[in-house]
Design a binder for this molecule. Sequence first.
Ligand SMILES: Nc1ncnc2c1ncn2[C@@H]1O[C@H](COP(=O)(O)OP(=O)(O)OP(=O)(O)O)[C@@H](O)[C@H]1O
Length: 743
Amino acid sequence: MPLKFPRRIQFITYPLPRTTNNLASFSSGSRAYHYNTSSSSPLLSRIFSLNHFPIGSHINFSTRPNGGETRASRSLIEDEEELSNWVTDLRPGSLRVHLTSDDDDDDVDRSRGRNQEFRGTRNKVDSFRENRFSDRDKGSNFRSSQSSFRGRKERSLGRDREGYKGLRKQRRGDVLDGESSDEDVKSLVMGGIGDLLSEEDEEEDEDHEFLKKKAASAFGFDKQKGVEARNDVKSSDSYLTKTRFDQYPLSPLSLKALNDAGYETMTVVQEATLPIILKGKDVLAKAKTGTGKTVAFLLPSIEVVVKSPPTSPDNKRPPILALVICPTRELANQAATEANTLLKHHPTIGVQVVIGGTRLGLEQKRMQTNPCQILVATPGRLKDHIENTPGFETRLKGVKVLVLDEADHLLDMGFRKDIERILSAVPKERQTFLFSATVPEEVRQMCLVALRRDHEFINCVHEGTGETHQQVRQTHMIASLDKHFSLLYTLLRAHIADNVDYKVIVFCTTAMVTKLVADLLGELNLNLREIHSRKPQSYRTRVSNEFRKSKGLILVTSDVSARGVDYPDVTLVLQVGLPKDREQYIHRLGRTGRKGKEGEGILVLAPWEEYFLSSLKDLPITKSSLPSTDPETVKKVKPLSYFTDLGVASRRLNLEWGIKLVENGMYQVQKALCHVEMRNKEAAYQAWLGYYNSQKMIGRDKERLVELANEFSRSMGLDNPPAIPKLILGKMGLKNVPGLRAK
Ligand SMILES: Nc1ncnc2c1ncn2[C@@H]1O[C@H](COP(=O)(O)OP(=O)(O)OP(=O)(O)O)[C@@H](O)[C@H]1O
């Protein structure tokens, strides 16, 4: 569904050069490609050799009463680069302070690139911009001056809004000793799912061969030859196959639940992984967003539980058999909900969620009174549970299946300490599944700490198509910071005019910037909700559920919604400002175009952020010109006919809407900014500074960083940048940098 603009506001797109990505070695153009790796696992201690920062969080869980819905819980982590995170990162040995639940955020790699020197960033960025995007201003009438925001008097309306809550939790000191080399020399004895097929060795071998052949034929290639052997699914983006679930040895109750859920045939990733997993193998699976990875790992996990002997009711610490780790609260809750769907006819199997957001004691009590066999958790909270809940670690000794959802994210530096602790708490003799839409090469090395040496890598991403969906149109726009807000507003208005059932997600860089943008768009009377880590968990859950069911709604969010969250029928994903990395861009974009549906993604960057596009060069993203929003220009050329192709029902409405579109684009945004509370602008400024300070290419030239931050401050209508406490400036390495105001 491309954006439709009035004639004078049409975007002109310039395709970027496209190259194939680096996956040729294991992506053969077939629907899925897997290989068995037998390379030695590097030592955990070697892989995690850098300083790490343990992450703490609260604990929360819920129970699934006899097949009912998950009452949950949640918690966890948020992918943000708030200023306070900087402070805590810089104090790895400091004691953690428990804050309220809404401060309990996702843990991220906050240390990335922090202490490295980078010289000449500005020159490199500028030269990249000049060489590659010198035509970016062609066709742009976006000429409003930065100074138009200056001199504006800030007024606070004194509304009852949440403000910046100050420094977030501080982290604990390191708690885990270095792992021995035994960690990655895992036992080949298979438990769990392998039991399904391992009554006799011979039988097992036969079954193995049978399942392998089935898998090879199912996803269209012969493993030995590595060539495509099947053409029954023509579209490279087809996510469903013709393989039925009942073609595999699954329990009848699971099959019944699948049927009830309307899951008739398998998705590509389910078809590719199930036979391998049923054989007892560890699996690393890569498949595009929205193609059913959750069912792919939950279904075989449930089968393990089904096949396990029942626990005695007298057992005070009944084993947890399947442990699923997700990076965010939203995702954990969603996985638990999907598990409950699959467990509909398994009344004796329970799911709980351990994700924080509620009081620890309450959660411990629930856990005790209603023990489960399947636990879905976020890493920081799970680690807290391991360390603070009596008997919990004993229960984890029963784990037969460990799942790392969004594996690349969980294994990157932001989570590594928690994952390290969790791995030490679960048995080595287990089956492990790692799933993600993105698996960068460097993360594949880290996967070896969790997987057995003979694991299989199953890649469902076609060669040449990149990790994004072909049916999702991707464009980027380059505009100076002072134009970002009005550009965002204009894009949203245009999309709304063109899509009756619009459902838009706007991604912002940090929680406080998200709040600012939500406040602004709210002042502009757009129908929106906001989700970020500074919102209480109950609010996040409510809004998330509401957005899932809604149409005609905009969700303004931080990266808490970037990965895994399954909102159906999202029509547009708008990313404003630098995504944390290529992977985050892909996951955010993946909130649209799910289950084979169409979608659209727009990335809005400032000129000095253009360097990021080089990391997307293998994706089909094209450049789009800016819509004209300069009121002076438009006033001169706005005959009625100008607005007639907006796709809005009445001519009168067209006129009103069109005038508002262009005039409000700049004027209304400036006006609305005056109504946004000062403290929210201050918080956004600090968060912005913290986020970009953590971005390698930008954060290393501190003077330039401050110049840009002050440009952002002016874009909010502030004459002077807000003052920042000296202590914080010191922690950020920004003491005495010209342009900053200290207090
Ligand atoms: N076999 C199936 N048939 C039909 N729908 C399915 C099937 N399996 C899963 N789905 C549905 O597909 C949607 C996307 O699934 P899911 O959220 O697991 O995708 P994902 O691959 O994990 O995406 P992401 O990478 O964004 O996390 C869900 O709504 C799920 O219920």
